[in-house]
Ligand binder design. Structure first.
Ligand code: G3P
Ligand code: MG
Length: 247
């Protein structure tokens, strides 16, 4: 029997090679054969879901201060590429809408809510609405460390696949103990992946995603364990690995 191969999920795009969460990184990820683009969301001051990892602008843009303090129009003026080199100058922050519109026919989406309504009122509704409008519910997963946000997504549209993210030091071997009832998929930090945890997830019938894996040897083990998806900065490396393990 051919083993089920894991989904190749590009962490913030092909972020090993291009500025994370930009079109440059997303286009490259598609070119490298990613099945899904992973990206992170915060809300702008005018309540638009914007793709950026940190809640502040300093690290990856020419702006300063919290993302939440600027409107989408103001955020679009910032440069989100030059911190990774001259060749990427002019890359812009993207709204969720822009990315769904551009890539909807080409790739799936792993949408990470950095926070739910407790911090960004109504974000779950906005995100689910956009997934519905662009008709990508089937090809999307929504991930979060914020389990209340996942519950709100479920309440809004139970057909949206949700992934409870887990990291930290006090995680038991039986990971089902730390996720809410009704969870169907977990995303485990690579640091926490052990064969026992993988089996615990499988026994409970959970889909299992692992982040962030760039080491080929580790990729190999996860492929053998038939995890559902591997989130990586190097989709090309994972793709190559999959080709080798399929032959
Ligand atoms: O979506 C999984 C992974 O991206 C979570 O970690 O900090 O890279 O968003 P982080
Ligand atoms: Mg993320």
């Amino acid at each position: 029997m051919t083993p089920k191969r894991p989904l190749v999920i590009a962490h913030r795009g092909a972020s090993a090679y291009a500025p994370e969460n930009t079109l440059a990184a997303f286009e490259l990820a598609v070119l490298q054969g990613a099945d899904m683009l992973e990206f992170d969301l915060h809300l702008s001051s005018d309540d638009q879901p914007v793709i950026i990892h940190d809640d502040t602008l300093e690290r990856t843009t020419t702006g300063t201060g919290p993302v939440r303090h600027l409107s989408l129009r103001e955020l679009k003026r910032l440069d989100a590429g030059s911190w990774r080199g001259h060749a990427f100058r002019g890359q812009r922050l993207q709204s969720l809408q822009e990315v769904l519109e551009r890539f909807r026919e080409r790739v799936g989406f792993a949408v990470e809510l950095k926070a739910g309504s407790s911090r960004y009122p109504g974000i779950e509704d906005r995100v689910v609405s956009l997934l519905e409008i662009y008709d990508v519910v089937e090809r999307a997963i929504v991930l979060s460390f914020d389990f209340a946000a996942l519950a709100a997504v479920r309440a809004r549209n139970a057909g949206v696949r949700r992934v409870a993210l887990i990291e930290g030091v006090r995680v038991p071997e039986n990971i089902t103990a730390v996720v809410p009832e009704g969870t169907t998929a977990v995303g485990l930090s690579a640091r926490l992946v052990t064969e026992r945890r993988v089996h615990a997830a499988r026994r409970a019938g959970l889909d299992l995603y692992v982040f962030t894996v760039n080491d080929p040897a580790r990729m190999g083990r996860l492929i053998d364990w038939e995890v559902t998806g591997i989130i990586t900065d190097t989709p090309d490396v994972l793709r190559r690995h999959l080709r080798v393990s399929e032959t």
